[in-house]
Design a protein around this ligand. Structure first.
Ligand SMILES: Nc1ncnc2c1ncn2[C@@H]1O[C@H](COP(=O)(O)OP(=O)(O)O)[C@@H](O)[C@H]1O
Ligand SMILES: [Mg+2]
Length: 271
């Protein structure tokens, strides 16, 4: 496989079996995904189907049992520097003893490539982009959940990654805060032009944010549906969600998820 023919980020026949008492749990059974540079791809699927596993394999954090990941034509065998993984539990990922400024700067300090003045300049810029200027000297526990998630996003983006991997990043905030975080992420994605792979169990969130949605089947997971989301940008929390095409995508993906959950009658009723 060469970089000229392959997509920027590819999963090829990715399998994963975890050792389990008395045997093994097969989480992924041959997943193929092609992600073009600069796109926003969401991965959805039933709880426990292997979404987090797939994201961690893409990140080079967990080894696959079979198959391969390629980034820019190169096989991923350890976490690649241009790829940043944002953990689901953002409260746990921030250092409670560091201020907002120091938490964001950490994203650069542990790379060792910048002097103090450059770290300070980039850190301030990212804090401004996530709209936390004025909170530089606060500690995470002095901030709301949504603000803490913005700190985590700033820390991820401060080193200007090419790829941002996010695992259900907005699942523990209220609906309005969530909408605000979605807008912020889309704005940053448009301005900074990174590639996003976003795991969510929320069909609406996936369609609203993405240029493409990949739905996995129940474990052992395969790709069940893979659709391009052709909705205009910038998106609008109210108008976009009322577009006929949005509702078509929603129908198709929900019917797939309901069928995976054994709720075919619900899916038929929705059809
Ligand atoms: N570290 C692990 N060790 C053993 N089994 C695991 C581990 N991580 C995940 N699993 C199992 O793999 C399957 C997929 O898990 P996961 O990727 O977390 O799914 P999802 O993110 O879609 O909810 C589940 O059956 C889960 O119990
Ligand atoms: Mg998960």
């Amino acid at each position: 496989m060469t970089s000229s023919t392959a997509a920027y980020l590819c999963a090829r026949g990715v399998r994963k079996a975890y050792a389990a008492p008395g045997g093994s749990t097969v989480a992924l059974s041959g997943v193929d995904v092609d992600i073009e540079r600069g796109t926003f791809v969401s991965i959805i699927g039933p709880s426990g189907c292997g979404k987090s596993t797939l994201l961690q394999i893409i990140a080079g954090l967990v080894p696959a049992s079979g198959g391969e990941i390629f980034l820019n034509g190169r096989k991923v065998e350890e976490p690649p520097p241009p790829v940043i993984y944002v953990f689901q539990q953002y409260q746990r990922s921030l250092f409670p003893w560091k201020t907002v400024q120091r938490n964001v700067a950490y994203g650069l300090e542990n790379r060792g490539a910048y002097d103090a003045a450059e770290i300070e300049r980039r850190t301030r810029e990212l804090i401004r982009l996530v709209k936390l200027s004025g909170f530089e000297n606060h500690y995470p526990w002095q901030l709301s959940g949504g603000m803490q998630q913005r700190v985590a996003i700033a820390r991820a983006l401060v080193c200007r990654p090419d790829v941002l991997l996010m695992d259900e990043p907005f699942s523990s905030v209220d609906a309005l805060t969530r909408a605000g975080l979605q807008e912020l992420l889309l704005q940053l994605w448009r301005e900074l032009k990174f590639t996003v792979v976003f795991v969510t169990h929320d069909v609406d969130e996936a369609i609203y944010l993405s240029t493409r949605v990949v739905a996995l089947s129940r474990a052992p997971a395969r790709v069940a549906v893979d659709i391009a989301i052709d909705l205009p940008h910038p998106r609008d929390q109210i108008a976009t969600r009322e577009l006929p095409r949005y509702l078509e995508y929603r129908h198709r993906l929900l019917a797939q998820l309901f069928a995976e959950e054994g709720l075919e009658s619900t899916a038929r009723a929705a059809a």
